[in-house]
Design a protein around this ligand. Structure first.
Ligand code: SER
Length: 329
């Protein structure tokens, strides 16, 4: 019998990609990874996954890989996040916008049945209600947000025009035991990471900053649950998903409960604070809970208890040169 068609993950070396690959392998899904970056070292699960170098901005390369693999599904994660994106909006446009177009075109040309897209709270902009539903006017202030809005719309167009099964979630800021990748929500992860590594962290936001956050295991399980949900149950292409929405000083207190003696200060950076202030404080994810039974398992303190030992292992297993918090985008 031929092997079942694999699942392809773009942006596989990124913060979501690595955890998604491990989750898919754990669920017995045959998976193939693609990224511009090489396979991260030292993880036996990742070592066993076929790994392709792929620049999603190159249409021919994307179409060739998809034509060769004939995947049954693509998780399209490759993207530049908001803070790093503001350092180079042009590259962000190429990777996020052209890259998504190239992946959707490859799906069309080679008849890939399903494309799963990772959108974000960054699609929203100023003037939001206290709890933000799926359908509000979208006025993002970052190139990352602009390209993610366009990706949502483009995917819905390919669904309507070409019958592609296009699905996606709007992720909150994600926290996991891997190094952050240039997001504006990274202050939360750095409280844990530098709390363990250095015993102190100066956050680039105000203590009363509040955005939706989620622990990576819930994010990855949610993404895969959405991919596997019966199409007939889905009333939308892209869903808000939510877990918890702590103030930054509440995260600091949760970290200090688990790591007594850690010092966390706040020195807001005007640009990143403005981005954070333009995002939702809380999300309404009723549709995701109703249509495909999305249920996060972790609240803030449960995440802290699970995460701190993992961050300890990450920090102590690494050599000294991790990025400094001040240098983090
Ligand atoms: N974590 C992302 C960022 O900060 C938000 O989706 O850019």
């Amino acid at each position: 019998m031929p092997d079942p068609a694999p699942t392809l993950v773009t942006g596989a070396a990124g913060q979501v990609g690595q955890d998604l690959l491990r989750h898919l392998v754990g669920r017995g899904v045959p998976v193939v990874a693609a990224d511009l970056r090489p396979r991260p070292d030292g993880d036996p699960t990742l070592d066993a996954i076929p790994w392709h170098r792929l620049d999603v901005t190159a249409p021919g390369a994307v179409a060739d890989l998809v034509g060769c693999l004939r995947p049954q599904r693509i998780f399209h994660l490759a993207a530049i996040l908001s803070a790093r994106g503001e350092q180079d909006p042009q590259a962000t446009y190429r990777v996020n916008q052209t890259g998504t177009y190239n992946v959707l075109e490859a799906c069309r040309i080679h008849g890939v049945p399903q494309c799963v897209f990772t959108s974000t709270i960054a699609v929203f902009g100023p003037g939001l209600p206290e709890v933000v539903p799926d359908d509000v006017p979208l006025h993002p202030t970052t190139m990352y947000g602009v390209t993610k809005v366009a990706g949502e719309l483009l995917g819905a167009y390919y669904a309507q025009r070409y019958g592609l099964d296009f699905r996606g979630v709007r992720f909150p800021g994600l926290i996991s035991a891997s190094l952050p990748g240039g997001g504006t929500s990274d202050y939360a992860l750095f409280m844990y990471y530098d709390g363990v590594r250095l015993g102190h962290y100066t956050a680039f936001c105000r203590p009363d900053t509040r955005i939706p956050l989620m622990y990576m295991p819930d994010a990855v399980a949610g993404l895969v649950d959405l991919a596997l949900a019966p199409r007939t149950r889905l009333r939308r292409h892209v869903y808000n998903i939510a877990a918890f929405s702590p103030r930054a000083d509440e995260i600091a207190r949760s970290v200090q409960r688990a790591l007594p003696g850690v010092r966390i200060d706040f020195e807001p950076d005007p640009e990143r604070q403005a981005i954070l202030d333009s995002w939702p404080r809380a999300l309404d994810d009723t549709a995701a809970r109703t249509d495909w039974s999305f249920r996060p398992r972790f609240d803030l303190d449960a995440m802290t208890d699970d995460l701190v030992p993992k961050v300890r292992a990450l920090v102590h297993g690494r050599s000294a040169e991790a990025p400094s918090p001040a240098a983090a985008p």
